[in-house]
Write a protein that binds this ligand. Structure first.
Ligand code: CA
Length: 763
């Protein structure tokens, strides 16, 4: 039987990075418990349009849930998160039967995950109630769908342009349906449209337009008109249905594209498909994914870990979404969601909450995909020019969500890591403005409480919620602005406020608890105080989670706590304090609390962002082996490649990028410092294909689940005793070799100068 083995081995060797990706990770989620709150995005990296099978009702943010039985459409989606919800969405759905079914509940078809193939560049599912197999393959702004029908006198395709004012027009002579949807969740101008064009390879023998739902009383957008002769409908909820007879196995292809600019631009975007076949588009998508995912090559025998890793890397390169389009002349333009709207020149990206993604998603782009982040930075310039602010949560315009002014980190880290191809002078003005203003309509853009913060050195808790979270993040953001200003050669006088305010975290440190705490205008502490209370002075976390938000000055925090021993004791305590909680501020158990409670990891709450860098802080306090221990616990216990694979909201690449960095063996605790705190490499061997054209290999010799500790390390052959790598050293490439052991080496990298960057050490 030996001859039988050879083809199997050869097949195994042909697995490429994208073959390990499951797009279903995190889809087994609900309002009360998130295991990712993701959906299977059928997309190219950073594509403008994603597609997804739609199991949820129109408008439901939980639009694909793994436990659902039925699919009701294939939706073009731009949703960053169920909490923010979707915009510009419409759906396409094949049917068979005596009559077409328009109602979204009645038309939904049973399906099985066993008859589903979900890859980033290809999706296939069997719609059992219609005996139709549906396939999708995307480009950045277009997609091809292929429906394989049974013998059917009446086969249909339903186009649902969704409610709140939509338009469809059937053009039988051109085998086309065009239209637009206006559906959105805010952050757009009144003229917002997503124009679509759908082109079939099959003539229509049936066509109908529909006005699906009675408009809400008094809605001024209501103007339901159906003109059967013109095959045209403008309605609160418009749709189109076309049909034709099919024979068994007949494939009907739909070529789809859309534009936020115009129908003409949608037709231009349709040219992304060219004259290519479904298979050719699919193969190109696969190549594109392998180029992006293949920037990190992994050699390891643990296929579960490979699947988790590449599924995480897939989620790290979807957002921020491209929101720009390319004209027939090759010009880059975008619909502006700001001010008066219209079409503006240049790049724009969207659908990222910087409160989440400043931490390690953008640093991952700066390390491996700086050419993309240069375009994103150019997009930030345009947001500043068009709206007067940098975004904090964009989808597609400014959205009110979360806290902080972390656009400063996004801008500073990119520039300080050498990205250049954009107008940094404009961004310098933008970060300064954002530090000293708040958006008049969207209070999470700019800095809420900036006057008090500048005057008192903290945001007082008297009348501004989540004041301590804001203060801690503003202080780090001020450090970012200061560092950026230094790099730009700005004068000391201009930089002094930011330099001084970078230490404002000190103003919230309560030595009686060794924790951060809300503070009133008169200088007294917020009362009563419970370290276990979520929210109130903090954001989706408690004092145990937020005390560590001193990214730029862990040594300063160590000093406040009274030295390494006290600091390490507090870090240890996060894991040993039982997972009890006080949810009174929220009036109920928010899902982030539940996700902490059920993990059996004490008060460590990896399911939300504030604490995600905490484990690495042992690198500053001479106990790096504890970081190595806990990193492996988190990777092994809180991440899998299953549909419930995350331990909380994935959040647009941030929680995934944590795993990607941690697998590499280092993490950017302080974006802007150009250092990465060292953790522990996860795989036997990794090779980074760096943007410099060089390669960096990281090997973990003798690695296993129990042999997680670094006993010794060399970097390009020389013993390495630091707890950090510098960005410039990594970009030079070379070889990092770690010798792994099953017990901690408590003397390696414990000298004071082994610790990564702290602002206090600089002064
Ligand atoms: Ca979160």
């Amino acid at each position: 039987m030996l001859f039988m083995l050879l083809p199997l081995v050869a097949a195994a060797e042909r697995l490429t990075p994208v073959d390990y990706v499951s797009t279903l990770v995190g889809t087994e989620s609900k309002v009360s418990l998130s295991t990712g709150n993701t959906y299977p995005a059928i997309a190219l990296p950073w594509g403008m349009n994603f597609w997804m099978p739609q199991t949820g009702r129109m408008g439901d943010g939980w639009a694909y849930v793994y436990s659902a039985d039925k699919i009701r459409g294939f939706k073009q989606t731009h949703q960053p998160s169920p909490w923010i919800n979707d915009y510009g969405q419409f759906s396409i759905f094949p049917e068979t039967g005596d009559k077409p079914i328009w109602d979204e509940n009645e038309r939904a078809s049973w399906f099985s995950h066993k008859a589903e193939t979900a890859k980033p560049y290809y999706y296939k599912v069997y719609l059992a109630d219609y005996d139709v197999t549906a396939e999708i393959t995307p480009t950045e702004r277009a997609a091809m769908m292929r429906f394989t029908y049974p013998d059917a006198e009446h086969a249909y395709v339903v186009v649902d342009a969704f409610d709140r004012g939509s338009y469809v027009r059937i053009m039988p002579g051109q085998r086309r349906i065009v239209g637009y949807t206006t559906r959105n969740s805010g952050g757009v101008t009144d003229d917002f449209r997503n124009w679509f064009v759908i082109e079939f390879d099959q003539p229509f023998t049936y066509s109908a337009v529909v006005s699906g739902e009675r408009p809400a009383e008094g809605d001024r957008r209501t103007r339901a008109t159906i003109n059967e002769d013109a095959n045209e409908a403008y309605a609160y909820h418009a749709g189109a249905i076309i049909g034709f007879p099919t024979r068994r196995g007949q494939q009907v292809t739909a070529r789809v594209a859309s534009s936020f600019i115009s129908l003409e631009q949608a037709e231009q975007n349709l040219r992304e498909l060219g004259s290519r076949s479904f298979e050719q588009v699919c193969a190109a998508g696969r190549d594109r994914w392998n180029d992006i995912l293949g920037r990190i090559e992994v050699e390891d025998t643990n296929i579960d870990h490979l699947r988790t890793f590449y599924s995480c890397l897939y989620r790290s390169v979807l957002f921020p979404r491209s929101f720009f389009e390319v004209t027939s002349d090759g010009d880059i333009v975008h619909y502006s969601p700001y001010g008066e709207g219209g079409v503006k020149p240049g790049y724009l990206f969207t659908d990222s909450g910087f409160w989440d993604t400043f931490r390690c998603l953008f640093p991952l782009l700066n390390l491996l995909y700086p050419e993309m982040n240069e375009k994103m930075q150019a997009g930030l310039v345009n947001t500043w020019l068009e709206s007067g602010f940098l975004p904090e949560w964009a989808s597609p315009g400014h959205r009110g969500c979360m806290v902080g002014n972390n656009s400063a980190s996004i801008v500073a880290d990119a520039y300080l890591k050498g990205l250049r191809n954009y107008d940094i002078d404009a961004l310098w003005e933008a970060v300064k403005h954002g530090a000293n203003a708040v958006h008049p309509q969207v209070s999470s853009t700019g800095r809420l409480g900036w006057e008090d913060y500048n005057k008192l050195g903290y945001v007082p808790c008297d009348d501004i919620r989540e004041s301590a979270a804001r203060t801690l993040e503003y202080a780090y953001d001020d450090w970012c602005i200061y560092q950026l200003g230094l790099a730009l050669g700005k004068k000391a006088k201009e930089l002094k406020p930011y330099r001084d305010h970078a230490l404002n975290y000190r103003n919230l440190f309560d030595p009686s608890h060794n924790l951060m705490r809300g503070r009133k205008k008169d200088g007294s502490w917020m009362e009563p105080f419970s370290p276990l209370q979520w929210g109130n002075a903090f954001t989706e976390g408690n004092a145990w989670h937020y005390t560590w938000s001193v990214f730029h000055d862990p040594q300063g925090l160590i000093n406040l706590m009274g030295g390494n021993d006290a600091f390490n004791h507090m870090l240890d305590s996060v894991f040993s304090v039982p997972p009890i909680f006080d949810e009174s501020y929220y009036g109920g158990v928010i899902h982030e609390i539940r996700e902490m409670q059920i993990m059996n990891m004490g008060n460590y709450a990896h399911g939300n962002q504030p604490i995600q860098h905490m484990i690495y802080l042992y690198d500053w306090s001479s106990q790096p082996w504890k970081a190595q221990y806990w990193i492996r616990e988190v990777m092994d216990r809180l991440y899998t490649a299953a549909p419930d694979g995350y331990c909380g909201d994935e959040d647009n690449g941030q929680t995934s990028a944590w795993y990607v960095f941690s697998a590499m063996g280092f993490y950017p605790v302080c974006p802007g410092s150009n250092q990465y705190a060292i953790g522990t490499p996860y795989f036997d061997k990794m090779t980074l294909r760096l943007p410099t054209g060089k390669r960096l290999t990281i090997t973990a010799e003798g690695n296993s689940a129990s042999r997680r500790y670094i006993d010794a390390m060399t970097f390009n052959g020389t013993a390495y005793e630091k707890n950090y790598f510098t960005h410039s050293d990594l970009l030079q490439g070379g070889t990092i070799v770690c010798h792994m052991a099953d017990r901690p080496n408590t003397t390696r990298a414990t000298a004071a100068d082994a610790a990564p960057y702290s602002f206090s050490n600089e002064k």
